[in-house]
Design a protein around this ligand. Structure first.
Ligand code: ADP
Ligand code: NI
Length: 220
């Protein structure tokens, strides 16, 4: 099957798989990551475009949040889906590996795969957690999980594994320090690093305004 048919078939599959997902993980997120990954690939001039596009499209269907907690179900489904489309087995293996390791999940498992295709998809996904969109997604997730917006009494913490990361009841503001503000220094590609600067700056500005409004006495 050619890219011209593989991509639309994958889009249909992903849309069906993510129907009803929380707003930060819906088709819009996938489409932004897909487009961003394509842009990074073009600017870097490296990487197999078909692998990058398919991995970007499929990167969140393995999320255990949407498979009743089963981490493996999504990978198996993606593997079967790509094989059934007739994609060559090297690409099927590689794409399944990319989507396995692309998520941040509290920070571990970072060095298990290091292909340029992986690094591009990971940058595209990370950029979508930053900036104005990243702020919107964080508070949407916090609302979805019924987390407090801010509570200065709850300290920042580290998450040693994905279970504790996803089980966190910490306020959404903490998430900025626990993940979002770290992303700038974790970008892989020069295009990703460049785009992350402005998004990082905007999150810092947002936090500065947030604290000023939180404490009327500190307002300028
Ligand atoms: P990914 O898109 O890589 O699968 P996650 O599943 O870790 O990322 O998170 C999805 C979105 O929800 C991201 O924008 C992330 O910042 C946000 N999010 C994840 N955990 C929290 C949390 N504890 N509090 C607030 N936002 C969160
Ligand atoms: Ni994602």
């Amino acid at each position: 099957m050619e890219a011209a048919t593989l991509i639309p078939a994958t889009i249909t599959y992903v849309k069906e798989s993510l129907a009803g997902a929380e707003g930060g993980h819906d088709w819009n997120h996938i489409e932004r990551v897909w487009r961003m990954a394509r842009r990074i690939q073009k600017e870097e001039g490296e990487g197999d475009a078909l692998t990058i596009e398919l991995a970007a499209l499929l990167h969140d269907i393995s999320d255990p949040k949407f498979n009743g907690g089963d981490e493996e179900a999504g990978f198996r489904n993606a593997y079967r889906f790509l094989s059934d489309l007739g994609l060559d087995s090297n690409r099927v293996e590689h794409i399944t590996k990319i989507i396995r390791y692309v998520s941040f999940k509290g920070g571990q498992d970072q060095d298990k795969i290091n292909s340029i295709e992986f690094r591009i998809v990971q940058d595209a996904d990370r950029l979508d957690a930053m900036g104005a969109i990243g702020i919107a997604r964080a508070f949407n997730y916090g609302g979805f999980k019924n987390l407090p917006i801010y509570d200065p009494a709850i300290p920042l913490r580290e998450y040693p594994d994905s279970k504790s990361y996803y089980g966190s009841k910490a306020p959404t503001i903490n998430h900025f320090y626990e993940k979002l503000l770290k992303l700038k220094d974790l970008m892989n590609t020069s295009t990703g690093k460049m785009l992350a600067q402005e998004r990082h700056r905007f999150m810092e500005l947002f936090l500065q305004h947030f604290y000023e409004e939180y404490d009327p006495d500190s307002l300028p």
